[in-house]
Design a protein around this ligand. Structure first.
Ligand code: SF4
Length: 464
């Protein structure tokens, strides 16, 4: 492996050609997936190195940035709502407004045509140019555009500017070469590129030294990870072996090329969580073919059987309702398969056509919105029943949970997750505990999404 030194926000200054006047305040809002959250941490790091400061109060900001998601319609609509609000403030106070990420990449022309007052548009591979473009917008009122996709950019040496906590995310690769027909990611994030394993392991060690205990490795299809002779299974085990790291998860592996070595790593390694996110999308072969998923219902079932034969590994999934031409019977195939699979959780999405995708070019988006909504609600209700059933099976048992912080509703309660990624909430009755500690919780109540209980003892050790 070749060694590439990591760059922290402080020493990034020597890397960046600093022309920026320091002291501008930036407010950034992030939409979408964990990869976008990670990219926001990279953006913060790159910009802090050039003297920009971040604020949580948009009223204090000179610059408002939106790191956007192009995957679904509602993410678009949320951005447009926010932009309308800030347009008025921009007219009153002269704010600089920037749109980053997947929408900047995929909808650049539409954004420039309909909202020409946006100052800066920067795609996911061009964040290193952001400080210069913002400086020009702030000091010369010059509009900036950087939407080139790169075959090489992985931001490998840049240490993301994290905001603390026991959870850490690490992008191990960027882009996607799969071109599922409904998906815009290959167009917004470009071709697959993997980071060097050494940099990923160094980043893990750094996070461990900062108190991170749970790591999630991110990639659009982690099965494709290849670098310096390492595949993803080897990398996963390497990360799981870093001292101080107690739990490792990953998202997402594609069912079409799930490697046996990865399953072996999940089943055998005590630090790798017994949970796999395995996106199904549809349970019907004609839909799977139209979606370009490269597996059949039978092949997916065979993979699940192999996973379940390895032990108590919990599955979660993604599902799309109302894809182009989906008949009632084809939807029913998905419904029946979800019943059979008994996922712990499922993210169910109503299909919405994305510009530039294969589906947008090839198939009419012909399922009425009402039908899409009906099917989506049926699957959500089914999954809720399954999740509740699975969670209720834990009533009266003890589960091991890592404390992550206060619950959303009260600072008198802790919140954490089980190894299977189920949320657990319990009362803070022992003040010696802190985030990062393991606790054993006796489960007394369950909803489809959350378990409630009382602490029985301090935890520790392996969950397997
Ligand atoms: S694997 Fe398919 S769904 Fe996932 S990011 Fe790539 S193209 Fe999109």
């Amino acid at each position: 492996m070749s060694s590439t030194p990591l760059l922290f926000p402080e020493n990034l200054k020597s890397w960046a050609s600093s022309t920026a006047k320091s002291g501008y305040h930036v407010y950034i809002e992030t939409f979408g997936c964990q990869m976008n959250e990670y990219d926001t941490e990279l953006v913060r790091s790159i910009m802090k190195a050039r003297g920009f400061q971040f604020t949580l109060e948009d009223e204090e900001a000179d610059v408002i940035l939106f790191n956007t998601c192009a995957i679904r319609e509602n993410a678009h609509n949320r951005l447009y709502g926010h932009l309308a609000r800030y347009k008025t403030r921009k007219q009153e106070r002269g704010l600089v407004i920037g749109v980053l990420g997947c929408m900047a990449q995929n909808l650049k022309q539409e954004l420039l045509d309909t909202r020409s007052w946006i100052d800066v548009l920067v795609g996911p591979d061009a964040y290193r140019r952001l400080p210069d473009l913002l400086t020009e917008a702030l000091e010369s009122q010059r509009q900036g555009l950087a939407v080139d996709l790169s075959e090489y950019e992985t931001y490998a040496q840049i240490v993301p500017d994290r905001t603390g906590g026991v959870n850490g995310w690490i992008a191990v690769m960027r882009g996607c070469d799969n071109f599922c027909s409904f998906c815009v990611v290959p167009y917004t994030r470009g071709r697959e590129r993997s980071r060097e394993p050494e940099g990923i392991l160094e980043e893990t060690q750094l996070l461990a030294s900062q108190g991170v205990r749970q790591i999630t490795l991110l990639g659009q299809n982690v099965n494709s990870y290849r670098s310096s002779g390492w595949d993803f299974a080897r990398l996963l085990v390497g990360v799981a072996d870093v001292p101080g790291i107690q739990r490792v998860r990953f998202t997402s592996p594609h069912p079409k090329d799930f490697p046996p070595a990865l399953l072996e790593a999940v089943a055998q390694h005590s630090t790798i969580c017994n949970q796999i996110h395995l996106p199904l999308q549809s349970g019907n072969d004609r839909m799977l073919e139209r979606m370009g998923r490269c597996y059949t219902r039978r092949e997916y079932l065979t993979l699940v059987e192999a996973i379940r034969n390895k032990g108590p590994i919990v599955l979660t999934t993604d599902l799309i309702c109302g894809f182009c031409g989906e008949t009632d019977e084809e939807f029913q195939d998905t419904y029946d398969l979800v019943k059979e699979m008994q996922y712990q959780a499922a993210f169910v999405f109503k299909y919405s056509e994305r510009k530039h995708t294969i589906a947008a070019r090839k198939y009419p988006d012909d399922i009425p919105d009402q039908v899409k909504g009906y099917r989506t609600n049926r699957l959500i209700e089914l999954q809720k029943e399954i999740s509740l059933y699975k969670n209720q099976a834990l009533l009266g048992t003890e589960v091991e949970v890592m404390i992550e912080g206060n619950s959303k509703k009260s600072d008198q309660q802790w919140m954490g997750h089980t190894e299977h990624n189920v949320t657990v909430v319990w009362s803070k009755d022992d003040l010696t505990r802190a985030p990062g500690d393991l606790a054993s919780i006796f489960i007394q109540d369950a909803t489809p999404s959350t378990l409630y209980g009382i602490v029985t003892r301090g935890g520790g050790g392996s969950e397997k």
